[in-house]
Design a binder for this molecule. Structure first.
Ligand code: ADP
Ligand code: MG
Length: 378
């Protein structure tokens, strides 16, 4: 290994891409529905050096195993590397699939988005790397195209079958604004979201519970059930289904009752996205808080992707005065978000920490997030 291959000669950080929270619309994105995320003021930074061969070397300040993953831009393919390197190599692969010839690269990343906490560190990593390569090599890709390629990297190279919300939020986020995204048409509207002006804070309660597979399935399994429910109802996607349609499901399949509950969450959460936009526009904060909690109940009871830690975080936050709270992200662990008045912030944090202590769990990390800018040069 030469001195230059050791990672010691990192250039200045040149690009950054944020994580996200999702205010409403969970597991609606792969059902052609709507989502309402915002990019958070936590991000992954990237630095890039072009090599004169075709090797890709990468270092992460968050990895104990830096610099060891090496692929080549000319022939890397899914399965070649696993773990964190697969998100970076996946971006290189997706760009090549899109017809771009890439030279060798050295990539450095450092992030203050907690990993695996449901705040989309994975998309912030992919988007930071993709934005860096796009700018440095002048590929001319627009932010929506970068989001699509980053999603391809995550789905087809890293092997996580997620929807496109995380990458769009990371690429298109704006300070002080949430994003209303129609995942069928990809139409995007920026919605003002000035919580501070309303005397409010959005608290993240990172349960630090590892993503776990609940009984009967993880992300891929519930996604398949949603697709089957739509199929049985003769619809292209659950976006096109009404609550009344769902009553037919129990007669259409042995597991129709389960499919009905899963689908009911998607149908009602889609409706809650539109309600939440109206509540944001009207400053109807108490209603928005109640909608958060209703969404959590739906995710926990109908969709069955919550876990004890998330339920305790939501219940304690609401009992301590939060206007409402819900899990955010893929589920089975990760983080909850709570809409909280300034004056109640300490009480809500204390209540969550003490409920976790009583249960004998690790202390949750509780911190505020604000809508921040999307990916770009630093
Ligand atoms: P989330 O996106 O909610 O944080 P995921 O499970 O989708 O959770 O992605 C987390 C994974 O992404 C980590 O386990 C790691 O492999 C990778 N990752 C994200 N950010 C970094 C980083 N800065 N350095 C190394 N790996 C990272
Ligand atoms: Mg992720």
């Amino acid at each position: 290994m030469s001195a230059d291959d050791s990672g010691a000669q990192r250039p200045d950080w040149g690009w950054a891409a944020p994580g996200r929270v999702n205010l409403m619309g969970e597991h609606t994105d792969y059902n052609d529905g709507w989502v309402l995320p915002f990019a958070i003021d936590r991000r992954t930074k990237a630095a890039l050096r072009v090599r004169d061969d075709h090797q890709v070397l990468m270092w992460s300040a968050q990895s104990d195993d830096p610099g060891t993953a090496v692929v080549t831009t000319t022939d890397t393919r899914p399965g070649e590397v696993t773990g964190w390197a697969s998100y970076v190599a996946g971006v290189v692969w997706a760009l090549r699939q899109d017809g771009h010839q890439l030279p060798g690269l050295q990539l450095w990343v450092d992030s203050d988005v907690p990993l695996g906490a449901g705040l989309s560190s994975s998309a912030s990593l992919e988007c930071a790397v993709a934005a860096a390569i796009n700018d440095r090599l002048e590929l001319g890709l627009d932010p929506d195209r970068i989001a699509a390629l980053a999603r391809t990297a995550e789905n087809d190279y890293a092997g996580a079958p997620t929807g496109v919300m995380d990458q769009v939020a990371s690429m298109r986020g704006r300070a002080g604004q949430a994003l209303l995204l129609d995942t069928r048409t990809m139409a995007l509207e920026h919605e003002p979201c000035d919580l501070a002006a309303a005397g409010l804070v959005l608290l993240v309660i990172d349960t630090r519970a590892a993503h776990r597979l609940a009984d009967g399935g993880g992300y891929a399994a519930v996604r398949a059930q949603c697709e089957r429910a739509a199929d049985l109802l003769g619809a292209d996607a659950l976006r096109d289904v009404s609550l009344a349609d769902l009553d037919r499901l129990p007669d259409l399949a042995d597991d129709g009752a389960t499919l009905m509950r899963r689908a009911r969450h998607v149908v009602t959460d889609n409706a809650r996205v539109h309600e939440a936009v109206a509540q944001l526009r009207a400053g109807a904060w108490s209603d928005l808080g109640r909608a958060f909690t209703a969404s959590h109940t739906s995710l926990s009871d109908d969709f069955a992707i919550s876990c004890e830690e998330l339920d305790v975080a939501v219940d304690s936050a609401v009992a301590a005065g939060a206007l409402g709270a819900r899990m955010t992200g893929g589920g089975f662990g990760g983080s909850a978000i709570a809409l909280v008045r300034f004056v109640d912030v300490d009480a809500v944090g204390d209540a969550c920490r003490s409920a976790f202590a009583d249960a004998g769990w690790r202390e949750p990390a509780v911190f505020a997030v604000e809508p921040g800018p999307g990916a770009g040069p630093l």
